[in-house]
Design a protein around this ligand. Structure first.
Ligand code: CDP
Length: 214
């Protein structure tokens, strides 16, 4: 495996921004794996299916074209995030998305992936692993700012309830639950702005690179 950076953590912890900045810093391709689960959730909803229907969700996951995802704004809605976290609990969905993610991680030059199970399941041999967190209150307030800035009407208390529910579901599921890998560095961004969080992340990656002699 090349130079792989695995970034995991709960919703609105800052992991996506950190992963994107690290990818630019090191000139590596970046995969936001949450988009895969979001796309599967939306496909099921658009077909009029139920998110609890494991077969339908697995079929949607098998037919996914990952190249079309990054520009699709519908994937960034709260509804898509909620749908994602529901289909992500079906082991068949996770299995159907496994090879795609592993292939991305195995690219010759290396890669950055962010999600919930990158350091534990997708790329257990990653060069550097980060688990990015922040308190639920701070994460809710960040996500609320993001969504209201683009015109979505949502109350902050509802956002917090949503974040807590999602944390519970992601950490409590049987298939690849969200958990800090034993060898991942914890990065708590509760009191950090984007620049400070990125600096801390870069230091973690540099230390890991030095350990690997890269
Ligand atoms: O940041 P936020 O949680 O809103 O969104 P995301 O990272 O796009 O993830 C959406 C949902 O997809 C999560 O709540 C997880 O249930 C699921 N997911 C997962 O199970 N495994 C991943 N590697 C990435 C996302």
């Amino acid at each position: 495996m090349g130079f792989v950076i695995a970034v995991d953590g709960p919703a609105a912890s800052g992991k996506g921004t950190i992963a994107g900045r690290l990818a630019r810093e090191y000139g590596l391709p970046h995969l936001d794996t949450g988009l895969l689960y979001r796309a599967v959730g939306l496909k099921v909803l658009e077909a009029g299916g139920s998110l609890d229907d494991a077969e339908a969700a697995q079929a949607a996951a098998r037919g996914l074209d990952a190249r079309t995802l990054s520009d699709d704004l519908r994937l960034t809605t709260g509804e898509a995030g909620e749908a994602a976290s529901r289909v992500a609990g079906h082991p068949g969905v996770r299995a159907a998305l496994l090879t795609l993610q592993q292939d991305f991680a195995a690219q010759a030059g290396g890669a950055v992936l962010d999600g919930r199970d990158i350091g534990t399941v997708i790329a257990p041999d990653a060069t550097a692993k980060l688990f990015v967190t922040a308190t639920p209150e701070v994460r809710a307030s960040r996500r609320w700012k993001q969504l209201t800035a683009r015109g979505d009407a949502i109350a902050l208390e509802d956002m917090l309830a949503d974040i807590r529910r999602r944390d519970e579901r992601d950490a409590g599921r049987g298939a690849a639950p969200m958990v800090q890998a034993h060898d991942a560095a914890l990065l708590d961004t509760t009191d950090l702005g984007i620049e400070a969080a990125f600096d801390a992340a870069r230091r973690i990656v540099e230390a890991a690179r030095a350990r690997h002699g890269l």
